[in-house]
Design a protein around this ligand. Sequence first.
Ligand code: ADP
Ligand code: ADP
Ligand code: MG
Length: 480
Amino acid sequence: MKTKILVANRGEIAIRLIRAIQELNYEAVAVYETPDKESRHIRIADEAVWLGDGPRCDYLDIAKIITVAKKTGAVAIHPGYGFLAENPDFAKACENNDIIFIGPSSTVITNLGNKVIARQIMADAGIPMVPGSDNLAHGDEGVEAALAFGEKYKYPIMLKATCGGGGRGIRRIENAAQMKEEIPIARSEAKAAFNDDRVYLEKVVIEPKHVEVQIMADKDGKTVHLGTRDCSIQRRNQKLIEIAPSMIDNKELLDTICDTAVKAAKAANYFNAGTVEFLIDKDFNYYFMEINTRVQVEHTVTEMITGIDIVRTQIKLALGKPLSFSQDDIQMRGYAIEMRINAEDPKADFMPEGGKTVSVYRSPGGYGVRLDGFVYQGFTIPEVYDSLLVKMTVHGFSWNETVDRLRRCLKNFVISGPKTTIPFYLNITAEPDFLAGNFDTSYLDKHPELFSYDDNVDEANKLANLIAEIHKKGHNPYAA
Ligand code: ADP
Ligand code: ADP
Ligand code: MG
């Protein structure tokens, strides 16, 4: 019997994982909730098991997923990103049931999922970071400690959920009054989102670049890095565009950050693939931010410049194989840019456009273009999940070539039905600061002009809409 691996996820990442599993000549078991019953991950898997009506609760149901793994005979589970990927109870349940969890141990996930503990481990290892507080105590005591912290380190101060993720649970606090006001709100939001109401403080790095390092480690502790990614272009502390490698013109700094990331991974006894995130200020100071204990959405840009299949490697490492390459074997070539094409209206503060049907879908292709998506013409986007439709990753030899390719692809990408981030991204590919590699996490705030475009002028879109109408009506309604 073939080795089976269960994919505990949905959307584009489920498809990415299934492809890697099938390339390894293993079988992929997909799971799904009712709103996903038409999704492509079910069709391409070797086997698919319905979990329940959902939404979002069955993909998070540890007991159910473990039961499915046992019933189908899966030896391992890949959690992807989101859902149970960084849930230490899930990794623990796998460990207890002799199922291989494709990721680090539950202990590592517990430690690194808690930003305060992670910071402590990294501080002990001598890794640089911004000043931060302990978890704030409940009630007046916590508020007083927070005000003292603000006094000492000067505002603005970041108020962060200790167990936060996905850019949620982060607030910038400008003064003492706001601090008093927002601590209880932050707490209750953290409780609702992460089932944990702990919050802590960090000094704010002003207009930083977000630079992260991809790490790979095997069971023997051999640890390598696959270089940097710049994920500074964000909305609401969430990434939109990712670039490998970082455009910072300071090779020494980038080398130091990569070495620091390996040191950080070792300090945490890290195993499998992970990402060490840093913030970099205008004076090229770098600060540890967190470690994500899973495959990242943006892993594709690193794959494009290194040629290393990160998911394939994750699976092999989890099955006990050693890393087959050393640091010196890893070569980086050119640039890669990923754009997250979301069903969102950038003009309406990126409001999700779920519930709409993709009436026309025509994707670009050609040299240096990679698409990781799951939608197709006629697919109705479930409203209950995130709005990512497809990730477009382009690779080029130079920065200019890569941006030129990206622009060509965006111009040719037709998605009719929901509004998407495509026209907004097209503006970015013509924006001088972007072209010059000059961006940090304040990029969107500084460029309101990116939000002006006409949704309806795109010729290709018009054409696509027409074809959709002809298709639906059986004749061309505009023909004489
Ligand atoms: P998450 O776990 O949600 O990814 P992070 O701690 O990685 O949270 O922070 C997400 C983003 O929030 C960063 O990329 C950055 O834009 C912003 N951010 C977080 N902490 C700080 C800080 N101390 N100073 C400035 N920006 C910050
Ligand atoms: P495979 O899965 O092809 O049998 P490995 O387990 O050795 O190979 O490697 C996992 C990933 O790392 C694959 O994407 C492979 O192409 C890549 N890789 C392997 N060896 C090297 C090397 N020396 N330099 C760069 N990439 C490598
Ligand atoms: Mg982060």
